[in-house]
Design a protein around this ligand. Structure first.
Ligand code: NAD
Length: 512
């Protein structure tokens, strides 16, 4: 029985989708798919409600978002239950991936908002300084569409929604059709904290609803999901000349240097490849280990990976894949690797007796000819490739169409920086990996096929605004020397300005 499958339409012709728990395949609810008309009506309501929301002081909006932390804590068991019902992930993962970072994001952004979004005075340089003053107004964009995936359905919805609201926008959230109710909790906690209903609305459905949202009267799209969908969204936004941020897939490399703490590297290799059943955009997808320590490292990884348990319930390490489509992708990549000469050390096959499980898997002798090392796999797979030295590791890490993040395992932080600077990735992490998404100060975003724009950092929060420079007159001068009519004096003023302001090295330095 498929995890998401169509049901008979409603009497007024709306499509319906039934959802099943991927760990047990038991039904866990259904959604009615919002039509293009529903989406347009939601956007119209949002547009009408947005000016009053934007007119509230940032501190007031921040107080509401801060209150959402308490709501979230009070409702956490219900949120976790919904996340677990729709994804089958263990409770520890629902808490670690969805709840803890969500509390931190709400708390952090609500604390930053006043500082980062209130009007900012910027001191002008040089000859303009005596004449003008500059104020930057972080003007809300209007109505923002937030479209999210199924692998972190709560946190990946809540984080952009909270930022967009703090910036004074109304928001329409379209969660994944695989995890709609887990995504909807992001709106529920914010509503309960005081965000007005029309300022934050949820539309449900699949790609058709998402496309309707992108193609309606919207002012920005914040998208998290796959590369093919991201490219469609970028094209639609280009057509309407509206901004979008695209947080897309990854194929993150982990580099294990000869001086790494092998115990930490081996544990990290297993956990960072397998947690959330490997369905993490910034999870480790490929490991390059230098030859001199490869045998020891591979044996240590094998020992630890062999201890990893899988199955339904909260007492196992690895839960199911969240839907059947993912099971097909992971199986195909492993089969392709086997056919091209890889050695399956552990696992290597699905287990669908009950749910959509793929056995925790370890693969060695992999090459870049294999899909497993080139395409996003999104499964509980540790794939290890032995390399001559760090140079080869860097070259192979960069031999990839994705560029989301990467990690370097070494005891030397300077080496981590040196290697990190040569990786063509949106971010780099030392002796760890996926935690980067949970660092709100870090301007997180992908390069190459992994996306466009930032999802965290002050850049992301301000990305939900138009930074509008307002240039103020300092003196209310009656006359400008360089306006019409042009006279001899006009030219003289300009000539003198060039001489005075830029004519000597000292003047140039003072005018910077
Ligand atoms: P997806 O692209 O299939 O779907 C993502 C969302 O887009 C869903 O809500 C879906 O209904 C909607 N959608 C589908 N077609 C659409 C269209 N034509 N127009 C508008 N919306 C449309 O992705 P997915 O399978 O749900 O998510 C998994 C992907 O997300 C992986 O590639 C993963 O790496 C990526 N991801 C990236 C990040 C990041 O921060 N970079 C985080 C999590 C997941």
């Amino acid at each position: 029985m498929a995890i998401v499958q169509p049901l008979a339409p409603t009497s007024d012709g709306r499509r319906r989708l039934e959802l099943r728990n991927p760990a047990t395949r038991e039904p866990v609810g259904e959604i009615e798919v919002s039509t293009a008309d529903d989406v347009a009506a939601a956007v119209a309501r949002a547009r009408a409600a947005q000016p009053a929301w934007a007119a509230r002081p940032v501190s007031e909006r921040a107080a509401i978002v801060r209150r959402a932390v308490s709501v979230l804590i009070a409702r956490r068991d219900e949120i976790v239950a919904t996340v677990q019902a729709e994804t089958g992930k263990p409770r520890a993962e629902a808490l670690a991936i969805e709840l803890v970072p969500s509390c931190d994001f709400l708390n952090y952004w609500s604390g930053r908002a006043a500082k980062d979004l209130t009007d900012e005075r910027r001191r002008l340089h040089g000859y303009l300084r005596p004449l003008k003053k500059l104020v930057i107004n972080y003007q809300p964009l209007g109505v923002v569409g937030v479209i999210t995936p199924w692998n972190g359905p709560f946190v990946l919805s809540l984080n952009p929604v909270a930022q967009a609201l703090l910036a004074g926008n109304a928001v329409i959230l379209k969660p994944s059709e695989v995890t709609p109710h887990a995504g909807e909790w992001a709106a529920k906690v914010l509503h309960e904290a005081g965000v007005p209903a029309d300022v934050l609305q949820v539309v449900h459905g699949d790609g058709e609803t998402g496309a309707a949202l992108v193609n309606t009267d919207i002012d920005k799209i914040s998208f998290t999901g796959s590369v093919p969908t991201g490219k469609k969204i970028a094209a639609a936004c280009a057509e309407r000349l509206i901004p979008c941020t695209l947080e897309l897939g990854g194929k993150d490399a982990m580099i294990v240097c000869a001086d790494a703490d092998l115990e930490r590297a081996a544990r990290g290799a297993v956990y960072l490849s397998m947690f959330n059943s490997g369905q993490v955009c910034v999870g480790v997808e490929r490991i390059y280990v230098v030859d001199s320590i490869a045998d020891e490292f591979i044996e240590m990884v094998r020992t630890r990976a062999a201890e990893v348990t899988y199955g339904p319930g909260s007492n196992t390490d690895v839960g199911p894949l969240f839907w059947d489509r993912q099971l097909d992708v992971v199986s195909r990549h492993v089969e392709d690797a086997k056919a091209k000469g890889a050695t399956i050390v552990l696992g290597g096959e699905p287990d669908t007796a009950q749910g959509a499980f793929f056995k925790p898997t370890m693969v060695v002798d992999v090459t870049h000819e294999m899909e497993l090392m080139r395409e996003e796999t999104f499964g509980p797979i540790v794939a290890i490739m032995r390399v001559r030295d760090e140079e080869e590791a860097i070259r192979l890490a960069n031999d990839c169409k994705y560029g989301l993040s990467g990690s370097v395992f070494t005891k030397d932080p300077d080496k981590a920086i040196r290697i990190g600077k040569r990786l063509h990735t949106g971010s780099v992490v030392h002796n760890d990996a996926s935690v980067i998404y949970g660092v709100p100060e870090a301007p997180f975003g992908g390069r190459k096929d992994s996306g466009l724009g930032q999802v965290n950092g002050r850049e992301a929060l301000r990305g939900f605004t138009h930074p509008q420079p307002i240039l103020l007159d300092r003196w209310q001068l009656k006359k400008e020397n360089i306006w019409y009519p042009y006279e001899q004096a006009t030219v003289k003023t300009l000539e003198r300005t060039i001489g005075f302001v830029f004519g000597s090295a000292l003047a140039r330095r003072l005018m910077r």
